[in-house]
Ligand binder design. Sequence first.
Ligand SMILES: [Zn+2]
Length: 351
Amino acid sequence: MKAAVLYGYNQPFKIEDVPKPVPKGYEVLIKVAGAGVCHSDLHLWRGELKDIAPPTFPLILGHEVSGVVEETGEYVPPHIKPGSKVIVYWAYCEQDDKYALKGLYQLCSLRAPAGIAYYNGGFAEYMLVPHYRYLISAEGLEDLAAASVLSCAGATAMRSVKKIINEVDEDEYVVIIGLGGLGILALQLVRILTGARIIGIDVKKEKIERAWKIVKLSDYDVLIDASQVDVRRSIYEATGGRTVKAVLDFVGSEKTIETYIDLLSPMGTYVIVGLGSDQSLIPIRKMVVNEISIKTVFYSSYRELETLIDLARRKMINYKDIVEKIKLEDINNAIERLARGEVMYRQVIEF
Ligand SMILES: [Zn+2]
């Protein structure tokens, strides 16, 4: 099978012919339909994840994957059969502790994420998934290749919104920072799951314009181009001088945290999603006197991804318009474009 193989940090991916795996036991072989190029792939490629998840080279990256079941091991139940359309939940877990038993595989004590650390991912024609429990049915989705973005970007956005779902009322404001792949999905999820009023912020005019086109927003929602206006003033005008109840920060840099944590109302919630910065100055006293909470998000539970896929199946969220389809041979260019900040939403390798 054809695969993009990575031999070390900062090295070009090599397109090679490698043996097609044969599934045994609980394993399932997937014929890949789509594999998204995630920002984490760029972090991994640069060696920035080596303390969190050290990879074993050579490695086939690609953790955001959709496909069709090709072949199954002897212990895989019959409802998962060749031809079934699936989305892969990538946070494999090798220890069935209390987190794993709740379907919170992403937080379990022994993690082995697909296409990141030990197991090969989906930048290849076929991908071996170590257990059928990491597959979710993708039947009924309009565009299987594009739907791969639900697996990482979508799932992470879903969990971020779940973190504030019980914190905001209909007439309260939620600020979303960064309207890239995750932000635009979160924008849609906040709209349909909370009913709260939204203030979306980005520093790129094209992203603001595109978001207006892709998402059905309410009359109360506003999108702000932070490169053009004074953000605090714009938010003050949009809210009529009120504070905001929650911030979803998909950038997670020192600058965004410092700027936006100040806008929260008492008992507000600040959710950090991006792996933007390793250190930031958090204004503890200001937070304490207003009982501000900080929450963080790492990927999603199995159930949250399943719920998201169901929303997509019922056409309640638009994932197709945030995808730019590329070929496997374009992978090196895709990583470079990501590094240069040229990608509007999500590049997906379509097979
Ligand atoms: Zn990812």
